[in-house]
Design a protein around this ligand. Sequence first.
Ligand code: SF4
Length: 245
Amino acid sequence: MSSIPGAYKPLIVSPSRIKDASRCMRYWAFCKLGRLPREETEPLRDGQAAHSVAENYLRHGTVPDVTSKYGRWVLGGIEQQLLPKPKTCLVEFGRNMPFEFDGLPYTAITDFIHLESRTKGDHKFVSARGADFALTPETLLTDVQACLNVLAPPVFPETWLRWIYYPKSGKTKPFAVDAKTTPEAAAATLRRVALPVVQEMHTYHKLFAGVHEGDRVDLCQAIPCDSTQCFEFNRPCDYSPTCKR
Ligand code: SF4
């Protein structure tokens, strides 16, 4: 295996990558270390488009366009009075702002931060079935993304979390799941539920430092995998054709 010289770039871990690695370490590795692309799914495209409608509303007060499904979803949340008033929040905050926790670098974008009420919020655009699996106030407190959002600047002595669910179909109206926590509680949860996975991610990331581009996917095959996760969300893993199980 050949190596190329170059400075080592530390791994900066995000909530979604922790979720990937928790699902299957090799799944995360194919994407992050093997640099294999993933299919852009319809839910992902929907989520991105709807997030930008919500962002424009909160940042600029732009009323959602009801001729688009994205506008209708967000308007549903506004009508239910689940969102803060426009121009009262930091919006999509934290991009390109890595922060350190327990000596390791993380990144976490918070969809909105209402400073006055110390609320950090997230938009979740979900299928009718997905709404049935929404977090509860209890499980929100153990959610890795929520914990990282709590620990990302600005850090408050107490943080309200508001996860807004927008069902994309069905009869369920948008609804919010709220919980209150502290940085200490979020840190303890993160250490318990995510730290072992994050440390493993760093170990593999270091192993790949200097590995030649053409060898990276082959090296991923040596990373432990979990074949119970190959059909998560009822669709085959993007890397099924590549993965040697
Ligand atoms: S195909 Fe299965 S085992 Fe292989 S990377 Fe994907 S989830 Fe993991």
